[in-house]
Design a protein. Structure first.
Length: 612
């Protein structure tokens, strides 16, 4: 049987909307011997461009042309720039692709409900059956096609019934995330406005948290205000009151999309657009009687399983955090991760790190950190059916340390990073943990933070938090080789703290450490983002920079920084440093260490002159 390999791109798998679609895709894939690789991130969770840049690095990893087809859950992306960049990459690959809830790209086949018509039916019900006249609207992302269609339907339904909408005061821009519902109600409360007749929410996740926040404030639903959602998720069906929403066949949509993609791969013609049926579900949160008969036995079973899974995952996460916090080596880190995988029953896993993860830490500027992946990766931890091994080096374009030889495998690729610094990724195969646990992203961040801390231990001085000698040599050598290649000037400054022995002898080693740390801070400040600096020895430091203008700025900044330091510290001693510097155009016959020694000699000459 032919094994097909499909790439799927999604954001925020911890929401029920993508979960149901993914479950449908996976069911079809396993049945038809298809390997599916999900590339997923959790962007937009905190207000940090650096964090999001690190998350979104995972989308730079796949070469879509190496897959047989692509599934795009593009409507899960709140950032239009990232979404469009991914769409452009898929188009450039020339591979068949199916996109969900988007008809804007003629190159793709789509599976899309009619968001406009079903939302309009829902709003018309609120107006004609419940007499609603004053509305608040909690929207999805501004550039999201689904969000735009739902909001347009909302506005048209109001306009056709002669109702004006106060967009300035009663509209909230969300991102389809659960917390947006809380933010929307908090903003509404701060406005001091009277309750509307109804809060119309663009999805269930926001509606449920908005409803909970209103109930916490003593607002009764539906007696005081109505509220509606969209998606008919498990929580919406079992909330109190049960949420009025829109039911759409998410699981079926996933199965259908995967089936369409396989037919396209096999050369079987398919319609450009497939439109599953969607319909409003009028229930308790809008004041309607819920006539659907619930299977409470199934509800109790599913709820119990969710609670037990949550307890297990919290226990696992606590143990992981405790273990990683004590990790002093990559082996310690791996052992903690392995214990976590045993708890959740994951037997196929790969920890894939950038090949120089231990030495590429950059303290000068986040902007200079490398985003994305190098040509080669290393995998210090690989589990294959529970058997542990490691892979020293493999091509990043291969994605897996060892390529799967069978079909029907479901793999999730999640990014490991610290802010915008890309550390690698991990692959979890044939485990539903990434889509079933709300703690998956927390676990991912814990692993990324631990790897980042280990790299800092390897290249940073623990007292000064700047490069140690190993870290400096690695990074300064990069600058040296760049200057040799370009035939451009390079400046080197050797710095020696004055009077450290006197400070230690008269005021104690704690004060000596303060002086060392203080001069290091001044050096980092003086390098700005253009230089590399490190602690070369006990009280010796080196700074290097590109260009013949580096030294002038460095010396000026050092003078100002040290003067301010002494005024601010108010110590019974003055902190000062002797410096020697040179600027050269290095050649391939030069050695960086020899140039540093020359700067060292110049420093001692200056120190002797100052001592006279």
């Amino acid at each position: 049987m032919i094994i097909r390999n499909v790439a799927a791109v999604v954001s925020g798998m911890d929401e029920e909307y993508p979960y149901q679609i993914i479950m449908g895709i996976n069911s079809f894939a396993r049945e038809h011997n298809i390997n599916v690789s999900y590339f997923a991130a959790f962007g937009g969770i905190i207000d940090s461009k650096d964090f999001d840049a690190g998350e979104y690095s995972i989308y730079e990893l796949p070469d879509f042309s190496s897959f047989d087809g692509v599934l795009l859950l593009s409507n899960t992306f709140s950032d239009p720039e990232i979404r469009n960049a991914i769409i452009d990459k898929v188009k450039a690959s020339g591979q068949p692709a199916v996109i969900f809830e988007c008809k804007e790209h003629e190159e793709f086949y789509d599976v899309s409900i009619n968001n406009y018509s079903v939302m309009k039916k829902l709003v018309e019900h609120l107006i004609k059956v419940h007499g609603a006249r004053v509305f608040n609207f909690i929207s999805g992302p501004e550039a999201n096609p689904e969000a735009k269609d739902r909001y347009r339907a909302f506005l048209d339904a109001l306009a056709e019934n002669g109702i004006e909408f106060d967009e300035e005061n009663r509209f909230f821009q969300g991102y389809f995330r659960s917390y947006d519902g809380i933010r929307a109600i908090e903003e509404f409360e701060r406005s001091g406005m009277s309750l509307p007749d109804v809060f119309v929410c663009a999805n269930d996740s926001m509606a449920l948290t908005a409803m909970s926040r209103l109930q916490q404030a003593g607002v009764r639903i539906p007696e005081d205000v109505l509220i509606t959602g969209f998606d008919n998720t498990f929580n919406a069906q079992n909330s109190c009151p049960v949420l009025t929403t829109v039911k759409r066949p998410l699981y079926y949509s996933g199965e259908k999309a995967c089936g369409i993609l396989i037919d396209l791969m096999n050369g079987n013609p398919q319609p450009r657009s497939t439109e599953p049926e969607a319909e409003p579900v009028f229930s308790e949160s809008c004041g309607c009687v819920d006539n659907e008969i619930k299977n409470f036995r199934n509800f109790r079973r599913d709820t119990y399983r969710r609670i037990e899974r949550t307890y297990t995952n919290v226990h696992m996460l606590n143990r992981l955090i405790a273990g990683l916090s004590r990790a002093e080596s990559i082996e310690d880190c791996i052992n903690s991760i392995k214990r976590m995988l045993d708890i959740i029953g994951c037997k196929d896993f790969a920890l894939c790190l950038v090949s120089d993860w231990e030495t590429n830490y950059n303290v000068a500027s986040l902007d200079e950190d490398r985003n994305g992946y190098p040509m080669t990766m290393t995998a210090p931890l690989v589990l294959e059916n529970g058997v542990r091994y490691s892979v020293k080096s493999f091509p990043a374009k291969q994605l897996f340390p060892m390529l799967p030889m069978t079909g029907g495998n479901i793999s999730y690729f999640l990014p490991l990073h610290f802010n915008r610094r890309c550390l690698g990724y991990y692959v979890m195969t044939n485990s539903d943990f990434p889509i079933s646990s709300l703690l998956c992203h927390t676990m991912t961040m814990c692993i990324g933070n631990a790897v980042d801390n280990l790299s800092k231990l390897n290249v940073l001085d623990p007292l000064c938090r700047i490069y140690n000698r190993h870290g400096f040599n690695k990074n300064a050598d990069n600058v040296f080789r760049e200057c040799v290649s370009a035939g451009s000037p390079m400046s080197i400054c050797f710095i020696d703290l004055d009077g450290l022995k006197m400070i230690n002898d008269n005021y104690g080693h704690k004060e000596g450490d303060f002086a060392i740390k203080s001069i290091a801070d001044a050096i980092v400040f003086s390098c700005k983002s253009t230089g590399i600096c490190g602690r070369f020895g006990g009280d010796e430091f080196v700074a290097v920079g590109r260009g013949d203008g580096f030294i002038e700025g460095f010396l000026k900044n050092m003078s100002e920084a040290v003067e301010e330091l002494n005024e601010r510290a108010g110590k019974p001693y003055r902190i000062s440093a002797s410096m020697g510097h040179l600027t050269v155009i290095p050649t391939k016959n030069d050695e960086l260490f020899d140039l540093i020694q020359q700067a060292d000699c110049l420093m001692y000459e200056n120190k002797k002159k100052r001592a006279k």
